[in-house]
Design a protein around this ligand. Structure first.
Ligand SMILES: [Fe+2]
Ligand SMILES: [Fe+2]
Length: 568
């Protein structure tokens, strides 16, 4: 075996007084494996940087697609894993972005893929079924991305470009796991059906062709045309009461959606307050026509949502698989009479309701990232984090449902918060979810923790404790982005808050009326979700501070909550 010349660093600390030349020619430590790395790789800084930018953007694009499709994929177990991948891909994109800043790529460089590669990325989104979408992501896009990164690691200078290699290694490891899971998911959905298998193979082939015509994931290709201005004139009738505004920061930001009339939950911005809900029958039809498996057709979204002047893409309801009976609120009320004092039954209902509702928050936040691609980078990272946390909350409550002897689908569910919020513009979605719903829930979660603890359910208590910590951060995200969208204008912030509260009251009243009607007005109706009840739990000041509220805002919130504050 030939002796390997070790770098001086191995002997420079020796206090033998040997000369520098002697140190360089000394043999390596005999017990260490020889370092066979040599200088010289195929890439210079420009090429390595260019490729890392491409990986970053592919990760980012696929992350947003997964986030947007979350609501369109019915199978509960697939949602859980896809939600995890959303966060993983966001983290991959972020670590790659950090590396690009070390490779002389300016922060504001145009990082968009060339036209041909973008065509491939867009083709993934044109899938006609969730199954096709998963095939595109896990059998084509991600494996190709892994191959490109593998090649990079193999041919780049292992010493000069070591930081890139170190960045790529964990990304590739996680991507490889994702692809393994994705393959199992695709196989499970094909379920041995030869015609499905054939359709799937054809679709895969089509995508492979588009990609090879583009020249592969890292192809140079045709530079994309200049981006359109991000804030053209928009109608602002929904916020006509606001003081003279500055330009909105997102095209669809201040435009109320107008085409989602079919669900009672979707009325607040569409029907006047005293209107009857004529859309119940339509809701029945929509509920009946729901997709229950990823093999069935999904509505394609071939146009960028932001360019459509306020009409949301066609994702009217979050999809659920065949185990879930999705009904309208009145039917749910008749099928679920009061549980009385049965603690276990109450616990199961709460877990089942949360399992579904937490998934709504994940699905909506995924849509926020998908539908508003031109929001700042950090917004997408925050939304990806919400997606991950919320699918875990759903997963946690599902597991605790099982602890309590329950199972998925044991109660009917309603289109609920997703159905309500998806028709709103971004500003109102964020305000309603983070600064109204989650903010209001911070105390309730601690109250639930204490109640579960008192009932001897320590597992449930700890679960609530962790969920509350996550939600505190989500409220902080809401504060960050609602304020950003409103240019930190406190007066507009107040007005939007009041508007969203008003909309909720109108909506809750309508749902409550429906429920009362269904129950023959027996007074058995549960209060509609989101309605205020007496809450003796003190307002948690530390959570509010972490969530980014100022001392004055906290004082106001404590006042609103009955003047009772606690530090915890
Ligand atoms: Fe949650
Ligand atoms: Fe949340």
């Amino acid at each position: 075996m030939s002796a390997v010349v070790r770098p001086a660093v191995f002997t420079s600390s020796a206090s033998t007084g040997s000369s520098q030349a002697g140190a360089l020619s000394a043999p390596g430590l005999p017990l260490l494996p020889p370092d066979r790395r040599r200088l010289g790789g195929e890439f210079d800084v420009v090429e390595s940087g260019r490729r890392v930018v491409r990986y970053q953007m592919v990760e980012f694009h696929v992350m947003r697609l997964l986030a947007g499709w979350l609501a369109k994929i019915p199978e509960y177990e697939l949602k859980l894993e896809i939600g995890r991948h959303v966060w993983q891909d966001a983290q991959h994109a972020e670590s790659l972005r950090l590396r690009t800043s070390e490779l002389r790529i300016p922060a504001d460089a145009d990082r968009r893929a060339p036209v041909e590669v973008q065509r491939f990325l867009d083709a993934l989104d044109e899938a006609e079924t969730p199954l096709q979408f998963l095939v595109g992501v896990y059998r084509v896009a991600k494996p190709r991305l892994i191959s490109a990164m593998q090649y990079h690691m193999a041919v780049t200078d292992p010493i000069c470009d070591a930081p890139t290699i170190r960045t790529l290694r964990p990304v590739m490891a996680e991507e490889t796991e994702q692809v393994r899971w994705g393959e199992a998911a695709v196989e499970a959905l094909i379920a041995g059906d030869p015609s499905r298998s054939e359709h799937t193979a054809r679709w895969q082939q089509r995508l492979e062709t588009v990609l090879s015509e583009a020249g592969g994931i890292v192809a140079q290709g045709t530079p994309p045309p200049p981006e359109p201005p991000s804030t053209p004139e928009v109608a602002m009738e929904s916020l006509a009461t606001l003081p003279r505004s500055q330009s909105p920061r997102s095209e669809r930001l201040l435009i109320a959606a107008r085409d989602a009339r079919f669900y009672i939950d979707m009325t607040p911005r569409i029907l006047p307050e005293d209107d009857d809900p004529p859309e119940l029958l339509e809701l029945e039809a929509v509920l009946a026509a729901r997709r229950q498996s990823s093999g069935q057709t999904a509505q394609a979204e071939r146009r960028p949502a932001e360019a459509d002047r306020g009409l949301p893409p066609p994702v009217p309801l979050a999809q659920r698989d065949a185990r879930f009976a999705m009904v309208h609120p009145a039917e749910q009320a008749t099928r679920m009479p009061s549980p009385g004092d049965d603690w276990a039954e109450k616990g199961r209902r709460l877990m089942h309701g949360m399992m579904d509702n937490e998934m709504h928050a994940a699905e909506l936040s995924g849509r926020n990232s998908y539908e508003f691609p031109r929001m700042p980078w950090e917004f997408h990272l925050d939304m990806a984090r919400v997606v991950w946390d919320e699918i875990r909350h759903s997963e946690e409550t599902c597991k605790h449902l099982e602890d309590l002897g329950g199972h998925v689908g044991m109660y009917p569910i309603v289109p609920g918060n997703f159905g309500y919020r998806i028709q709103l513009d971004l500003l109102h979605r964020l305000q309603d979810l983070h600064r109204r719903g989650e903010l209001g829930g911070l105390n309730g979660l601690l109250k639930s923790r204490n109640t579960f603890r008192e009932m001897g359910d320590e597992v449930g208590a700890k679960m609530f404790d962790f969920i509350q910590a996550d939600e505190t951060r989500h409220v902080a995200f809401g504060n960050r982005w609602v304020k950003w969208l409103l240019h930190d204008d406190p007066e507009r912030l107040r007005l939007v808050g009041e508007e969203v509260d008003r909309m909720r009251i109108v909506h809750d009243k309508k749902v409550a009326a429906l429920v009362m009607q269904a129950l023959g007005d027996t007074g058995e109706a549960k209060p509609a979700a989101g309605s205020k009840q007496d809450d003796p739990t003190p307002v948690n000041v530390i959570s509010l501070k972490i969530a980014g509220f100022s001392d004055e805002e906290i004082a106001e919130l404590v006042q609103k909550g009955g003047g009772n504050a606690a530090l915890e």
